[in-house]
Design a protein around this ligand. Structure first.
Ligand code: ZN
Length: 271
């Protein structure tokens, strides 16, 4: 296959709760002693994905550090030529900042199961202190699904995902063009992991395979019927005052749109 057939500009969105070994909230908190390992392994996994992308002919790879402060990746340890988006741009794109600027494919690294799933001790959707779960078109929606649609809005397909095995399975079922890799399974508050080195190898090999695909069209539904279920009734009441948002019950609100950016805008203001 000639390299000009291959995708060239690659966008990576990286989270931490789906990184090899990460098991407890303390692992995910910048400044906590346990965060040092998690940040190092997140960096290693992103580096593996980026290295594979460059070797497959990518001319530009941008990684969005999409967890917590947006300041987890260890910059000195990332491959040369990788562009790194740190912190938050305060736009509705959030974990997908800049994805609308002409990328050919999206890779998700370190992603985790949705709020309401039992396949990661840290399963959640977006702000875990506020949101219990999110549904889109009747299905439980993970951060992956939401962010997939934000890229799809610009015609950018998702070709790869790594994270917990529960989400990796969901990603394959959601879009069979996605090559996904599970680096850990979960039971209760525990995780069963591959080694850090093996996790990075699975991601490197997976991205190489994923980027042999071309001319993939992402899914984009005709409308987005979203239900936000909050942990606290007060937050649902407050959200119900945002234009277009309808209160469903004590803890849930609904918002319907045909543009996922409108949904992202609403999410940004009601959470
Ligand atoms: Zn996170």
């Amino acid at each position: 296959m000639c390299s000009s057939d291959l995708v060239m500009r690659i966008y990576i969105s990286a989270d931490i709760e789906g990184v090899t070994g990460v098991t407890h909230w303390e692992d995910t908190r910048l400044g906590h002693a346990e965060h040092a390992y998690a940040a190092r392994q997140m960096t290693r996994e992103v580096a593996a994905a980026a290295k594979a992308a460059f070797e497959m002919g990518a001319t530009d790879v941008l990684v969005k550090d999409a967890h917590g402060s947006g300041r987890n990746l260890l910059l000195e340890e990332l491959p040369e030529r990788l562009r790194i988006h740190r912190g938050w741009d305060n736009s509705p794109y959030s974990m997908m900042a800049e994805v609308g600027s002409g990328f050919d494919a999206v890779l998700f690294v370190g992603y985790h199961s949705a709020g309401g799933a039992d396949t990661n001790p840290l399963a959640h959707s977006f702000n875990s202190s506020k949101l219990e779960r999110l549904q889109i078109n009747g299905e439980r929606a993970s951060e992956f699904v939401f962010n997939y649609y934000l890229a799809a809005r610009h015609g950018v397909p998702t070709l790869f995902l790594s994270g917990d095995e529960g989400l990796a399975k969901e990603a394959r079922a959601f879009d069979d063009n996605i090559y996904s890799v599970g680096v850990k399974s979960a039971m209760g508050d525990s995780t069963l992991n591959v080694t850090p080195q093996k996790g990075a190898e699975l991601i490197y090999d997976g991205v190489k395979l994923a980027l042999t695909k071309k001319d993939i069209k992402p899914k984009y539904p005709e409308s987005f019927d979203a239900v936000f279920t909050f942990r606290h009734h007060q937050d649902a009441l407050r959200a119900s005052y945002y234009p277009g948002v309808e209160r469903l019950d004590e803890v849930s609100v609904r918002f319907v749109t045909n543009d996922v950016l409108e949904l992202a805008r609403t999410k940004m203001f009601i959470m």
